[in-house]
Design a protein around this ligand. Sequence first.
Ligand code: NAD
Ligand code: UD1
Length: 347
Amino acid sequence: MPTSCTSHVLVTGGSGFIGSHTVLELINQGHKVVVVDNLSNSCEEPLRRIEKLAGLNEESLPFHNVDLANIDDLRAVFKQYNFSSVIHFAALKAVGESVRVPLAYYRNNITGTLNLMDLMIEFGVKDIVFSSSATVYKSDPDGRPFREDSELGCTSPYGRTKLYMESIIRDVVGAESGWNAIMLRYFNPTGAHESGTMGEDPCQIPNNLMPYVSQVAIGKLDNVHVFGNDYNTRDGTGVRDYIHVMDLAEAHVIALERLTGNHGYEVFNLGSGAGQSVLEMIDAMSIACGHKIPYVVDPRRSGDIDTIVCDPKKANEVLGFKVSRDLTKMCTDLWRWQVANPEGYNQ
Ligand code: NAD
Ligand code: UD1
């Protein structure tokens, strides 16, 4: 028997960037949440910030410093609560690193997911929302928007772990009765909570564009390195589909609530459907911070392509989800977070 009779949502990776914003939104929408994270790419401070923003007592948000790779530790958490559903964010996510240490990525992401699914079966928890990624789609040289039924195919070990994790979940839904699973394929998350107290806190020099631009804007890094200006796009730089992290957080709550409708296995893109170039992002961030952000043009980054945007129609029509925060909002919120937390959560 669980120690707690109240029904909780288990959020794995809940102290990370997207997980923490989603936990806040879940609490604000009346859900009871338990966070499991091994803090390999985060710290506990976002949980303290969530408590403040949600008006909870300090250290009242249930948190377990557990590695999903350790099934016994994870089982102890399942024993303690009555979980209604799971949102599974916990994963390693750096594409370049996954090429250098592929086994670490397979071990962490796949083993963690297998253990989680085993315990969900053992404890009769049958509803899951999974953090997938645009990276699962096969590159389209023509830059057409990806639909959920577009061809799949990844070029990095990280991407393959996401595809395998989707497949593992799909196969469990097929094999077990009463399961519901929603795969959310995010495009390019950015922005921060509008309070300026929560945001992305990269442990090292950022790989992704927007945290890098933001650190140049505040003077921690010298120049943005624009990876190629000879792409087949309107200004020659890469075009991507950026989405505000709070839009993503809201989409998770919508997805979680849809699980109770017994729709089985479903996949949704999460993006705006519009693309912005690297130079447009630098310009937008320059406006947000009130000064020009210096950049230099470097050669293309290996593996990058011209344009990656989503077709958001299925999420619009089936989930009723549409992004509500534009590029200006992404940049002003990101800048507010950066100014208030120049060292991230380690103040
Ligand atoms: P993040 O690194 O900030 O959050 C992931 C969290 O999972 C971290 O707090 C980390 O400590 C934890 N974690 C990792 N392995 C774990 C394990 N074995 N056991 C317990 N905890 C573990 O990353 P994020 O940007 O918030 O991404 C969340 C999810 O979204 C990831 O699955 C990622 O692949 C996916 N995703 C992210 C992006 C993006 O651009 N940020 C895009 C598409 C998909
Ligand atoms: C990256 C990941 C992808 C993941 C996505 C969302 C890679 C190769 N791909 O996508 O798997 O799903 O994040 O997390 O890492 N750029 C610069 N200078 C920089 C950084 C980036 O010019 O310092 C350019 C890139 O060439 C690209 C755009 O900015 O055109 C966005 O890059 P990035 O933020 O890394 O995201 P993606 O490459 O789209």
